[in-house]
Design a protein around this ligand. Structure first.
Ligand SMILES: *[C@@H]1O[C@H](CO)[C@@H](O)[C@H](O)[C@H]1NC(C)=O
Ligand SMILES: *[C@@H]1O[C@H](CO)[C@@H](O)[C@H](O)[C@H]1NC(C)=O
Ligand SMILES: *[C@@H]1O[C@H](CO)[C@@H](O)[C@H](O)[C@H]1NC(C)=O
Ligand SMILES: *[C@@H]1O[C@H](CO)[C@@H](O)[C@H](O)[C@H]1NC(C)=O
Ligand SMILES: *[C@@H]1O[C@H](CO)[C@@H](O)[C@H](O)[C@H]1NC(C)=O
Ligand SMILES: *[C@@H]1O[C@H](CO)[C@@H](O)[C@H](O)[C@H]1NC(C)=O
Ligand SMILES: *[C@@H]1O[C@H](CO)[C@@H](O)[C@H](O)[C@H]1NC(C)=O
Ligand SMILES: *[C@@H]1O[C@H](CO)[C@@H](O)[C@H](O)[C@H]1NC(C)=O
Ligand SMILES: *[C@@H]1O[C@H](CO)[C@@H](O)[C@H](O)[C@H]1NC(C)=O
Length: 457
């Protein structure tokens, strides 16, 4: 063999192992910054997990707890999958030095108490999956400090008390999904629930609990139903409460509200109710429709748009041929100019019920020359080509040097091309979706399903 052949072979190995220190554990699969050790029968963490990993998949193993500083060397970790293990507790400081975590999946484990220290320091955490555990108690400080939290799933547990009071106007500004469905909540602190920020109330799922029917409960749901929240629309049947706490006397209170006829519900106050956000992109000179669909429904809505370049626009005020507001609130812009870019805010007002709702659309007018170039795709393509080249070097060149170890079977990069293996890493919840027998347990699995509309009696 020539010297050139040796050096190519050496370089290939160097590339595969990403530096001599960072060897992919034999039971794991390492591709780029993704390390997957799922379904490997692990009971404890592999000795040397590569410190460069951004995504670490440890789901479907046999972990029963995680010790302090488990991930302390993985400062780049953003995505940790630990679903389908037998984790009962987490030690103090488990996520010490892993404060970059944004997605944490501990679903389908055996957690019983969510202790205050569990998620300490995870101020970047956006998504927390704890559904299908045995959680009876969520300690009051658990969510404090999780200021980036967007979605938290606690469904299918045995929770009787939840620290609603710890979620306040500015504590969790991005929280839009709090799934507490299918638990054992019975008497909620309704004043705390009513004090939750509007976006949290909109994304709060409480169906299939053991709520006790009373007027303070009904009044909260009445308001949510009036605002047409998805939780009310999609789970009408599953909202039940029990009369006098008797589990046999359970009523579907969104369908049958006779029991609450003597309740007084406060008149809805006029306040901005919802903010829907969306973004559109239009080429210069093009036409764009911005709809003003909000939570408000009905024939008697009036719409006002606030445009960055033209100020307030209503149906009556339009005298510009290039701009129009339709009766359904849709704003039409013809011949869009770059100057028309910006945030458009529509306010829909229902005068009769004294409700208003807003919708925001971020409009970007692009010059036709500025083609959006999908760098993510090209990076992926480049990566695939590189890998194929490496494989060709490994298996097609007559490289028989004695010091060149064959890659271990589990780390064999060919496996990376198995699309099924990759799905579990890139879309972690797919596997769980199939495992869950009915589609109604977990609220967030719902929006994909289409179901016949419920008749409201
Ligand atoms: C962990 O973080 C501390 C500072 O909080 C730092 O001093 C230490 O070096 C880090 N340890 C590792 C292994 O990165
Ligand atoms: C409502 O009040 C009326 C009289 O005030 C009473 O007769 C009726 O039983 C009450 N209904 C319920 C469901 O409590
Ligand atoms: C909501 O509507 C009321 C009147 O119906 C109005 O005075 C108030 O300014 C509106 N709020 C917003 C944010 O548009
Ligand atoms: C709409 O409001 C007008 C008065 O503002 C009223 O006459 C009409 O009946 C209302 N229509 C509906 C469908 O509520
Ligand atoms: C609408 O017309 C009035 C006069 O009829 C004019 O003063 C105003 O500038 C016009 N507004 C726009 C946006 O063109
Ligand atoms: C509103 O009406 C306009 C014109 O009739 C139509 O083009 C648009 O699709 C409608 N928007 C919605 C959301 O229905
Ligand atoms: C955008 O607006 C500014 C001032 O408002 C103006 O000077 C500029 O010419 C406008 N540009 C275009 C492309 O219309
Ligand atoms: C609107 O979109 C542009 C480009 O996508 C972005 O730079 C800008 O920050 C967005 N504005 C808001 C208010 O979201
Ligand atoms: C309701 O919750 C129980 C557990 O509390 C669960 O077994 C059941 O499947 C749930 N039902 C629905 C319709 O989600």
């Amino acid at each position: 063999m020539t010297f050139g052949m040796y050096s190519i072979c050496f370089l290939v190995l160097l590339y595969l192992f990403h530096g001599s220190e960072e060897i992919c554990p034999s039971m794991c699969l390492c591709v780029s910054d993704i390390v997957s050790c799922s379904s490997s029968g692990l009971t404890k963490l592999p000795q040397s997990l590569p410190s460069f990993s951004v995504t670490l998949d440890l789901s479907h193993n046999h972990f029963s707890w995680l010790g302090p500083g488990s991930f302390k060397k993985m400062s780049r970790l953003e995505n940790l999958q630990m679903a389908h293990n037998q984790i009962r507790t987490l030690g103090y400081g488990v996520f010490h030095n892993a404060s970059g975590l944004r997605h944490l999946d501990l679903s389908s484990n055996r957690l019983q108490v969510v202790e205050e220290h569990y998620f300490q320091g995870l101020w970047r955490l956006e998504e927390l999956l704890l559904f299908n555990n045995k959680i009876a108690q969520v300690e009051s400080g658990t969510l404090s400090g999780l200021s980036s939290l967007k979605k938290a799933y606690f469904s299918l547990n045995q929770i009787t008390h939840f620290p609603f009071f710890s979620i306040r106007d500015h504590s969790h500004p991005f929280l839009t999904m709090l799934d507490l469905s299918s638990n054992r909540l019975n008497r909620l602190p309704w004043e705390d629930v009513k004090a939750l920020p509007g976006l949290v109330q909109r994304g709060l799922y409480l169906h299939n609990n053991s709520l006790i029917c009373d007027c303070s409960m009904y009044s909260v749901f009445w308001h949510w139903q009036l605002r047409n929240y998805d939780s009310m629309k999609d789970f009408t049947d599953e909202h039940t409460c029990t009369i006098y706490g008797d589990s046999h006397a359970s009523i579907r209170f969104l369908l049958h509200n006779r029991f609450f006829h003597n309740c007084t519900v406060e008149k809805a106050v006029s306040e901005p109710v919802t903010v829907y956000l969306s973004a559109v992109s239009v080429s210069e000179g093009g036409k764009v429709h911005l709809d003003c669909e909000t939570s408000l429904r009905g024939a008697n809505l009036s719409f006002t748009w606030l445009s960055p370049s033209k100020g307030r626009i209503t149906q009556a005020s339009v005298n510009d041929t290039l701009i129009n507001v339709f009766a359904n609130g849709t704003l039409e812009i013809q011949g869009a100019k770059v100057n028309d870019s910006g945030l458009y805010v529509c306010t829909a007002v229902d005068i009769k019920q004294a409700l208003n709702a807003t919708r925001e659309v971020n409009v970007t007018v692009v010059l036709p020359a500025q083609e959006a170039f999908n760098t993510g795709y090209t990076t992926l393509l480049g990566c695939a080509v590189t890998l194929i080249l490496i494989l060709m070097y490994l298996y097609l060149t007559p490289c028989r040097c004695s010091f060149c170890k064959q890659p271990k079977p589990a780390a064999n990069p060919t496996a990376a091309y198995n699309p099924n293996a990759l799905t579990s890493v890139f879309s972690p919840s797919m596997r769980d979706e199939h495992k869950i027998p009915t589609d109604k347990h977990v609220a967030f699995l719902e929006p994909m399903m289409t179901r016949p509309k419920q008749e409201i009696i």
